[in-house]
Design a protein around this ligand. Structure first.
Ligand code: ATP
Ligand code: MG
Length: 376
């Protein structure tokens, strides 16, 4: 859903990442090419955010700017309140210690076994762990990632997926506050991909780590809180996944949309505007002209009919229930008054958008989940 519609309540929390109007160009003079434009993204501790988008859309470039692996040119990125623009090399170096990087090219040292790779990474900890502690933690993490049998192997004796898991273990061994991962599960089979996803979830939930993953792997969708889509160097949409899926599900059950295919309902969910109502507030009034279709997300509302000056309650509506379509379809006045009984959060679709959905030809399919990934 749109940026301004995110209903996550993070008041008072310091974002882990706050990027404002970030731009970036490669090259100089004649050969200068701008690849990032006005990127705004705020991510809070404990969130898992997926970034998708076509090849060349700027995902890796933005990720490396956020990770202080590249110098900022224009705009602002704050990492836990610290500004990255004009940050000194020492400052960048310190900041990187708090980040776990996982990149497509894992850059493992050929001379180090999996276990030694992790032990070397642990030397960055302050205070340094004892050799016994380092051995114990490194062993546990490698076992967790299914590498228990291969801990003493050097990269030349590991498969691509195994190397990738060593790189993931190296990124996570120091319990970073921020995990930046570029296609971390692409080389992994179902089982090891799932282990990695579980580990990300655990770090987000238990340690409030922030996880930003560039991926086209829709197995990660279920674990993620938000999906950010990049197009031509710009964050084009930023969606709360659970909320979006719930609304798609609600729309799918609305009688009026029974013949509308899932991909169109997915677009409808993007067009909805969220609105709050206080208890006692009138949402629509009998006799009024209809301009919107309504879908209740949370709360209760009462439908009442007025006849000869007497108002009579006819129904109570709750989450997932919709109203207001008749006046739009038949161009007639509102048939009933709907009043909020509790705090109500509702989604509104304007008349033109509603009518254009209804006019869409009926079709097949239930592809809501895949649609996210296809957007890339
Ligand atoms: N070192 C570089 N020098 C010049 N141009 C670059 C450089 N790195 C990336 N680019 C350009 O910047 C744009 C964004 O690249 P980026 O690697 O961020 O895309 P991406 O979204 O990560 O793509 P992919 O999904 O293929 O990994 C592309 O047009 C690319 O050609
Ligand atoms: Mg990339």
């Amino acid at each position: 859903m749109e940026l301004d519609r995110l209903s996550i309540d993070n008041e008072g929390l310091i974002p882990s990442i706050k990027s404002v109007d970030v731009e970036y160009s490669f090259g100089k003079g004649e050969s200068e090419k701008q690849v990032l434009f006005d990127n705004n993204l705020t991510i809070y501790p404990g969130e898992i955010v997926i970034m998708t988008g076509p090849s060349g859309s700027g995902k890796t470039t933005l990720l490396t700017l956020i990770g202080a692996l590249r110098s900022m040119q224009k705009g602002s990125i704050q990492f836990l309140g610290r500004e990255l623009l004009n940050l000194s090399d020492n400052g960048k170096h310190d900041l990187r210690k708090e980040i776990g990087f996982i990149f497509q090219h894992h850059n493992l040292f050929e001379s180090l076994s999996a276990l030694d790779t992790l032990k070397v990474a642990m030397q960055l900890q302050i205070p340094k762990p004892s050799p016994e502690q380092a051995e114990k933690e490194a062993t546990e993490l490698l076992q967790r990632l299914g590498l228990g049998e291969r801990m003493t192997y050097k990269p030349s004796r590991l498969s691509g997926g195994q190397k990738q898991r060593v790189a993931i273990a190296r990124a996570l061994i120091n319990h970073p506050k921020l995990i930046l991962a570029d296609e971390p599960t692409a080389a992994l089979d179902q089982e090891s991909g799932q282990m990695v996803i579980e580990l990300f979830k655990e770090r987000a939930q238990e340690e409030k780590a922030t996880v930003l993953i560039v991926t086209h792997d829709n197995r990660i969708l279920d674990a993620a809180d938000r999906i950010v889509n990049m197009v031509d160097g710009h964050i084009h949409s930023n969606i709360l996944i659970k909320e979006h899926l719930r609304i798609c599900e609600y729309l799918n059950h609305c009688h009026v949309f029974k013949d509308v295919k899932a991909s169109i309902l997915n677009n409808v969910a993007h067009q909805l505007k969220r609105k709050s109502y206080k208890p006692g507030e009138i949402i629509i009034k009998q006799g009024d002209h209809g301009e919107h279709f309504y879908l209740i997300d949370t709360g209760r509302a009462v439908a009442s009919l007025e006849k000869n000056g007497i108002s009579q309650e006819v129904a109570v509506l709750g989450g997932g229930q919709s109203f207001g379509e008749l006046a739009l379809l038949n161009d007639e006045p509102r048939a009933a008054t709907i009043t909020a009984q509790s705090d109500v959060e509702a989604y509104l679709l304007n008349k033109n958008d509603f009518l254009s959905v209804i006019e869409n030809p009926p079709a097949l399919g239930d592809e809501i989940r895949n649609i996210y990934m296809q957007a890339g």
